[in-house]
Design a protein around this ligand. Sequence first.
Ligand SMILES: [Zn+2]
Length: 341
Amino acid sequence: MNDDGGAGEPKVSSTVDFDANGKHFGHLSIPHSRNDSGWGAVHLPIVSIRNGDGPVLVFTGGNHGDEYEGPIALMKLVRALDPAEVTGQIIAIPALNFPAIMAGTRLSPIDGVNMNRAFPGRRDGSVSQMIAHFVQHRILPRCDAVCDIHSGGKSMYFSPFGAYHNLPNKAVMEKSRAATLAFGAPIGLELVELDAGGMLDTAVEEMDKIFVSTELGGGGTASPRTVAIADAGVRNLLAHFGLVDGKPITRESLGLAPTRMMHMPDPGSFTICDDRGIFESLVDLDQAVSEGDPIGQIHFPERPQREPVVYRASASGTVIGLTHKVLMEPGDFLSLVARDM
Ligand SMILES: [Zn+2]
């Protein structure tokens, strides 16, 4: 773990006292001196709803600034919740990368940092690194579990899934799997990351705490269906962890198909582009593919006479993620294929 910026008190301060009972809307203040505000700061909204001792659950949305189901569901949740109906504490950060949310960009417009590669952060780093450092050292140590709500953003879209990772600590992995099931998305995925370094996920898991992630849609949009999945998911987690009375509302009780548990047993689950050109997708989300089936093809606008390069599935399964870009470069994500467990 690269934590050479971790020593000392965070430079970030909070207007919320996380030990106080009741519902508190406040903000983190992240120093940000700039041309138009010499002694300025970024005010990042944060909410604590606490009623005595009990489980502590952290919800984050807007880790990437072009993913909207999380911010929408969390703002609705914290407005609606009455502390009297809670046992324990909910800490909600609807827009973890607040500058990115306000700009509608995946990465922070201030420092160009991907918040989900910034952990464990730096005390004396850039704005995003200071946010990560505060969360790492002041929020995560307090909590039992974290739910970080993602969607595909402007460049990807997904068949909505909740996700956990295959962890060396099998007891924590089993709890994360159970929480993913309780969230109740149409798919529950045992996710293998392309690059787990610097992720909030990894920071939480290295503390042997429960972590649930999601990918609920994408394309830089939020639909009634995907927001409803987020709304139900956060409520279900409150019940699952005993923060509110009652049990999670199962998909079956709503007449829906049970959560489809999937995994990525093949290294070839991701298809990555190696050409520059226009991508024509030949599959849709939720389509079954066999190894070798065409996923899509790249056309070359500078050479119309050239045959397109066909990209094929290197694993069999179901397409649950696709690029939302068309103009491709080498290294771009094209598709994600997962398989039923
Ligand atoms: Zn994301």
